[in-house]
Design a binder for this molecule. Structure first.
Ligand code: UT7
Length: 311
């Protein structure tokens, strides 16, 4: 990294709606079944409900408490979301108000890659003088889903995950990052104003594995590491088969990949922080571990980062 000032994660938290919707629940209202959904996606249940700002505020509050920080100590809230409460204002403004954050607030929309985009942007702010930031990934895809369209409805879930990032002298925890986009593929995954989420699942699947692998390899190499040095991979949770295929091509054993898709489905910007926090709370991520975060999504966009946990 080129900067003399880096960041470390000092707190984290998640929020998911209470309502659990199982595959059998969906099978009662549409032509699908548990066996198909589990085999093709790895999803067993998802959480549905709430608003993007509501979930983001809850996750953000937990992250602040965990970090031992108060809202007036935060220079900005960066909210990655692709399902804002409204077009204007940014949902981050509602989060700023809800938590009483002293500093600025802005949204980052890079679809499911949003959290890693946000992480990169946040480190940029830390490098130029921000002291503490609240980075949140929150989405409520259920609100833009046609619940009669089984091609999308079985995939989505709602949730939020947040981290507090604090500036440190020296390189901090971020060893490398990259962000990428190919807007000529924007037709593959889209939602027009007032419409429903559409995706060309097959084509996204094909492209996703390729961009994820390329972006991850670039991040590992720019971190000065090899694949064998990666202790934990935290991938976007869109489909278990995408994660498995990416692991195979990267040469990362599957047991190093964090999987929460069975419980939460595809939660877009929330999926990487939900998986990251799961790894932290189950003791899978210890100080000094090399962690690869990697995501892809509508745009298409993709992004990866390698962190040395704890800085
Ligand atoms: O966050 C990033 C964005 N999204 C993604 O990354 C999604 C990427 N794509 C995928 O995850 C997969 O392509 C899907 C899970 C969406 C679909 O899996 P697939 O293996 O590509 O299935 P398919 O679309 O080829 O459909 C196979 C069969 C079809 O029937 P026929 O033509 O073989 O008779 C579908 O009509 O499965 C049928 N089908 C279903 N059956 C039961 C499609 N959706 C369902 C369903 N339940 N929900």
């Amino acid at each position: 990294m080129l900067t003399g000032r880096g960041g470390v994660v000092t707190g984290w938290g998640i929020a998911v709606p209470d309502k659990v919707v199982t595959n059998d629940d969906l099978s009662a209202t549409m032509d699908t079944n548990d066996a198909w959904i589990v085999e093709r996606t790895g999803i067993r249940e998802r959480r549905i409900g709430g608003t993007t700002s509501g979930l983001a505020i809850e996750a953000g509050r937990r992250a602040l408490e965990h970090a031992g920080r108060t809202p007036d100590e935060i220079d900005a809230v960066v909210l990655a979301t692709t399902t804002p409460d409204a077009i204007v204002p940014g949902t981050s403004a509602t989060v700023q108000d809800g938590l009483g954050i002293a500093g600025g607030a802005f949204d980052v929309n890079a679809a499911c890659s949003g959290f890693v985009y946000g992480l990169s942007v946040a480190h940029g702010l830390l490098a130029i003088g921000a002291r503490r930031l609240l980075l949140i990934g929150a989405d409520t895809l259920s609100r833009i889903t046609d619940w009669d369209d089984r091609s999308v409805a079985v995939l989505v879930g709602d949730g939020a995950g947040a981290v507090v990032l604090e500036a440190v002298d020296g390189p901090g925890q971020l060893l490398s990052w990259n962000v990428g986009a190919d807007g000529s593929l924007r037709h593959l995954l889209k939602c027009d104003h007032g419409g429903y989420l559409y995706m060309d699942g097959k084509e996204i699947f094909r492209k996703a594995v390729r961009v994820l692998v390329d972006s991850a390899l670039q991040a590992v190499s720019e971190a000065g590491l090899t694949i064998d040095d990666i202790d934990l991979m935290v991938p976007h949770q869109a489909n278990l088969r995408i994660i498995t295929a990416a692991c195979q091509r990267l040469g990362i054993p599957e047991d190093k990949a964090v999987m929460v898709i069975d419980r939460y489905g595809n939660t877009s910007s929330a999926s990487i922080p939900l998986a990251l926090v799961d790894a932290l709370e189950t003791g899978r991520l210890e100080k000094g571990a090399n962690v690869l975060l990697t995501g892809f999504g509508g745009g298409m966009t993709w992004a990866s980062a390698v962190l040395r946990w704890g800085g």
